[in-house]
Design a binder for this molecule. Structure first.
Ligand SMILES: O=C(O)CCC(=O)C(=O)O
Length: 263
């Protein structure tokens, strides 16, 4: 394993729901940059609008492209991310859920809203992890994670980022989105080098600062699951939706669509 995963890091991930993995993809930065460039030149139909007319900058957001962006598949299969994920999740198996690209071009002042990914997904479990990796040095435009939020009892209300409308019909099933700064919650964020990654749980409340710098902030995010993750049905279309998946509650994710990376 090129990236070092210490016992302390495993404990921090389990306790805080987020931990910094230095150099996870340090050797893969150029490959990932090439993949992001290819993705931006050929966005999928799922590419999402993230800024309202008149909001400055450009925030590119697209996902589920690893089958058509060879650089992403190479990193997913050839880097040691699955080993790192297995250690952090304390899981025998590691399965791919999806890839995600989030690019904030210089002058994109809009922060990424606070949210947890879990409620948008049709997969749930204690053993889940996303790796968010900037491909440019990050000093100000960082990812921010609320320590311990993955252990909160209730899910945080999922909303549509642009319109801020509820994602599912019954908002009463969820806790309102906290305001971590106003509420004095412990927020974890790190200065990062290209290829470093924040590993965070699907239930961890997170957001990101705007990019008011003169530099790009390209990020590649990879979502993986472990032994106990199962398909769950949600009260509406999920994000990503994966139309026609045919899975039923309680099943593991189908392996022909979501490859097992480990063992
Ligand atoms: O890159 C960002 O602005 C947000 C990242 C994020 O929310 C994620 O990777 O789940």
């Amino acid at each position: 394993m090129a990236a070092v995963v210490t016992e302390a890091m495993v404990a921090a991930f389990q306790r805080d729901g987020a931990v910094l993995v230095k150099g996870l993809w340090a050797e893969w930065v150029e490959t990932l940059r090439a993949g992001v460039a290819r993705n931006m030149e050929n966005p999928s139909a799922a590419q999402m609008a993230t800024l309202k007319p008149g909001e400055p900058g450009l925030f590119f957001d697209d996902y589920c492209n690893w089958t058509r962006i060879p650089e992403f598949e190479q990193v997913i299969r050839q880097s040691d991310v699955a080993d790192v994920a297995a250690r952090l999740m304390q899981s025998e198996t590691v399965q791919l859920f999806h890839d995600h690209v989030l690019v904030k071009e210089p002058g994109t002042a809009k922060p990424t809203p606070w949210h947890t990914d879990g409620p948008y997904y049709f997969v749930q479990g204690r053993q889940t992890v996303s790796f968010w990796s900037p491909l440019d040095p990050v000093r100000e435009a960082s990812l921010r994670c609320v320590a311990g939020s993955h252990l909160w009892e209730k899910d945080v209300l999922p909303t549509r980022w642009l319109s801020q409308t509820d994602f599912y019909p019954d908002a009463g099933d969820y806790m309102p989105i906290p305001d971590p700064d106003a509420e004095g919650l412990r927020v974890l964020e790190w200065e990062m080098e290209p290829g470093d990654a924040v590993a965070f749980h699907y239930r961890t409340l997170h957001g990101a600062r705007g990019n008011t710098t003169a530099n790009r902030r390209r990020a590649f995010s990879l979502r993986l699951v472990g032994d106990d993750a199962r398909y769950v049905s949600r009260p509406g279309p999920t994000s990503p939706p994966f139309p026609g998946h045919g899975m039923t509650p309680g099943e593991r994710l189908r392996e022909d669509w979501f490859p097992v990376l480990k063992p």
